[in-house]
Design a protein around this ligand. Structure first.
Ligand SMILES: C[S@@+](CC[C@H](N)C(=O)[O-])C[C@H]1O[C@@H](n2cnc3c(N)ncnc32)[C@H](O)[C@@H]1O
Length: 90
């Protein structure tokens, strides 16, 4: 049962996820509107653990892969045409 470990935050992720997290984020799964991926990732970057894993579905969203490849702190590989798996080094 995962219930006690799960918190559901309803609403726009740009608002609901904008907070200080009690622990560094180890795994970030992006599966919302691809057009928000860069904004959401940039917002959460200060909260990511060293070697955090970021998995994005529909990673072909405009600008997302360009954002990752432009910065050395991301090591990233496409998995098929839609998914991107990224390792973050702070
Ligand atoms: C492709 S679906 C994926 C949902 C879920 N990951 C799944 O596999 O069932 C994208 C979801 O993002 C939600 N969404 C759209 N805009 C959003 C936003 N600004 N913040 C948070 N979620 C949003 C949509 O309501 C939709 O449920």
């Amino acid at each position: 049962m995962l219930g006690p470990q799960v918190e559901i935050l309803e609403g726009d992720a740009r608002r609901t996820l904008r907070r200080r997290w009690p622990e560094p984020i180890d795994l970030l799964f992006l599966d919302g509107p691809g057009g928000l991926y860069v904004e959401v990732l940039a917002m959460l970057e200060p909260e990511l653990a060293d070697a955090a894993v970021i998995v994005a579905d529909n990673a072909e969203a405009p600008g997302y892969r360009d954002y990752l490849t432009a910065q050395e702190r991301f090591v990233s590989v496409p998995v098929g045409s839609r998914v991107e798996v990224t390792l973050f080094a702070s």
